[in-house]
Design a protein around this ligand. Structure first.
Ligand code: FNR
Length: 338
């Protein structure tokens, strides 16, 4: 059966976020109302040294790093038609190899053209591609021409408006299905204002959906998302920090208390057997200043998923799941070698 193609019009999207956008957070964002969820940026060579494995115990699909056995990318059927994998790359051949490898498991591929971190710039990836548009065009064209799923890219704006519009038109000409634009330049930090008027100009110029990004500071509640759409003239919005702090920002019903969000997140972390270090990092970013509280300090001393669950009265849930996994694991093994 032919798969439904992902449509980027009028969508609420979880932005790519390193370490935050792993499977538990993506599933939580979908529960709350996100239409599309982006993975964290995954670097091409790291995916290329991973192999695909169906995990019968967790009911996930895992890409495992051959060199150290760690999970590079974990996904599952539930998100298959909504998850976009973001690649960090500077090379069309490698990008295509990665995309072909994951094509059956994801709904779209995104090229990171906005990361300003030194490791990206040195590797000629991320925001370095803004200064090398011919390389970006080659990567995007190669992906568009050879994949059955849509291709997008995520950029930052350039200091000059005309050059930004020129770049966007060039990127559009590759056949990409949408473009996400963060309204800050490479040198601007989150505290700088987001250039919403530039996003508006881009959306007026392009025919493909422009996904507005960079508005988290202006988005404290669900209704602020519509305001951001109006100001930017874009009908799709991508949220990073607002979702990192309280993922229920995607919910039409309004923001949920932090404790509820942490509990729901933790359940998914247990379901996905998420590494404790990653789970802790995500909860730390929800707790923020609350880390100074008594509970917060206990949390900072916790090391295992069981210990973290205990703090939010989820010990029973954690133990039950662990038992279920152990039983399934035994079953799985006995089927392989009777
Ligand atoms: C990011 N951002 C980011 N962008 C990207 O293209 N790939 C990535 O992997 C990451 N990683 C990442 C991690 C964390 C913790 C944060 C806060 C941000 C940038 C992000 O997607 C977004 O463009 C900016 O945060 C601006 O949007 P908001 O936060 O105003 O909604």
């Amino acid at each position: 059966m032919e798969r439904k193609r992902l449509n980027y019009e009028n969508k609420l999207i979880l932005a790519p976020m390193v370490r935050i956008g792993t499977l538990p957070m993506r599933l939580l964002a979908l529960d709350y109302g996100a239409d599309i969820v982006y993975t964290e940026e995954l670097i091409d060579w790291k995916l290329l040294r991973s192999f695909r494995r169906e995990n019968d115990v967790l009911e996930t699909i895992d890409y495992i790093d051959k060199t150290d056995g760690t999970v590079t990318f974990r996904t599952c059927l539930r998100e298959r038609d909504k998850v976009v994998l973001q690649i960090g790359t500077c090379d069309a051949t490698r990008a295509l190899k990665v995309a072909k490898m994951v094509e059956q498991d994801v709904a779209g591929i995104d090229l990171n053209m906005g990361c300003p971190k030194l490791f990206s710039l040195v590797g000629k990836m991320g925001a370095a591609l803004l200064g090398e548009p011919e390389i970006a065009v080659n990567i995007l064209k190669t992906l568009v021409d050879n994949l059955s799923i849509p291709v997008t890219c995520k950029i930052r704006i350039l200091p000059d408006l005309d050059k930004t519009l020129e770049l966007c038109e060039l990127l559009q000409s590759t056949g990409i299905s949408a473009i996400a634009v963060h309204g800050r330049t490479i040198n601007e930090r989150p505290q700088h204002i987001n250039r919403n008027e530039v996003l508006r100009k881009i959306s007026e110029r392009l025919s493909i959906p422009v996904i507005a990004n960079g508005g988290s500071k202006e988005i404290q509640k669900y209704s602020d998302i519509s305001k951001f759409k109006e100001i930017t003239g874009c009908n799709s919005v991508m949220l990073a920090r607002a979702a990192e702090w309280n993922c229920s920002i995607f919910s039409k019903e309004g923001l949920l208390p932090m404790e509820d969000v942490i509990k729901s997140y933790l359940k998914y972390a247990v379901d996905c057997d998420n590494p404790p270090s990653n789970t802790k990092y995500c909860i730390q970013n929800i707790l923020r200043e609350q880390q100074e509280s008594t509970l917060g300090r206990k949390f900072l001393n916790s090391q295992t998923l069981e210990q973290i669950c205990d703090l939010w009265a989820l010990s029973d849930y954690c133990q039950l799941k662990k038992k279920e996994f152990e039983e399934k694991g035994l079953l799985g093994r006995s089927q392989v070698s009777p």
